[in-house]
Design a protein around this ligand. Sequence first.
Ligand code: HAM
Length: 419
Amino acid sequence: MADFKAPKGVPDYFPPDSAAFVAVRDGLLAAARRAGYGDIELPIFEDTALFARGVGESTDVVSKEMYTFADRGERSVTLRPEGTAGVMRAVIEHGLDRGPLPVKLCYAGPFFRYERPQAGRYRQLQQVGVEAIGVDDPALDAEVIAVADGGFRSLGLDGFRLEITSLGDETCRPRYRELLQEFLFTLDLDEDTRRRAEINPLRVLDDKRPAVREMTADAPLMLDHLSDAAKAHFETVLAHLDALGVPYVVNPRMVRGLDYYTKTTFEFVHDGLGAQSGIGGGGRYDGLMGQLGGQDLSGIGFGLGVDRTLLALAAEGKTVGAANRVDVYGVALGETAKLELAKLAATLRANGIRVDLAYGDRSLKASMRGADRSGAVLALVAGDRDIDAGTVGVKDLGSGEQVDIAIDAVAAEVLRRLS
Ligand code: HAM
């Protein structure tokens, strides 16, 4: 038994599967960059109070799932459970909101939540996210959603659906909250659920227990109580999505696990994943910047789960990412040949060709097995005697055909064959 294991609930990604991880992360980020989002790199840990205030004290994320510790200077810091609060902190701190609006930012990386690990639910999870800050325009909501939708589709994923709703704004939400509470307090709820109804009544609508579902079937819905402005905003978002050909389902009972959402709120759900079916989600958070001490600007964004997108692709039987590690594999027998092939490898790599070499003094047979395993298209094969004669063997690993090429002409020949 090895002495160490990765922490519970933390996945490792290594070759060959890590190629798919990188393809998903980069593919989703590329979709964001194509829409003008600029990269932001943020601290992995922040002041604990940022998340408590930004994400919300009453959320599970803050109350149960944060990795919080005192650093050596006795400051309470927390491993970031999500990206939006940190982005807002950076935007306010560096005055990005004083420049042209919207500020459009994208990011990728690990986030940390002390959840009960299970398939698709990790304690270190990977997300790609975007945030568009400072313009309250429903067309921007639609763009953000379309970028996520397009990102998933660019990977070949299609077995997902987009669920969308509006959580209202500061004029209609408080009134609706009261209405919902009035309704919930007429029900015969257990003590825990009753407490939840007091702190965060919306969350009761998300209760998965059949008995609670049945009792709340006729609960008032936010969508039926939107202010005129919030209603118009939502309808325009949907009209834009229709025009962009982004399919969606309105889910008026959608509840998100973070407190900052207002108006447009959405989730991408994949049915091939079991209980952890959310492959991405996001929405507007028009009060967040003000709440964190900045000016009163709106914002909208998403976070897409890279780990879950990988599971969704597997569920659809799809592969992404290069299957082969290299294009060319060099097999040298003897010291002179090793030196010559190392030089050739450097030349080819400088020309953008992926090259690996056999190392150690292995037999020709063992080295050729390495060439096959590498997925290379071509092998360069040479012994000291070939180098003395001024040639290197170029072997097509598909057909098995091998020809001797003058050393000076090998790089050009490889480039020609691979083009
Ligand atoms: P979230 O819904 O908490 O939103 O997370 C976004 C996505 O991250 C989820 O849909 C899921 O795919 C993935 N995810 C979350 N928790 C886990 C986990 N334990 N294991 C694996 N994957 C997970 C946010 O984080 C918001 N910051 C998104 C956002 C950005 N809203 C506005 N801007």
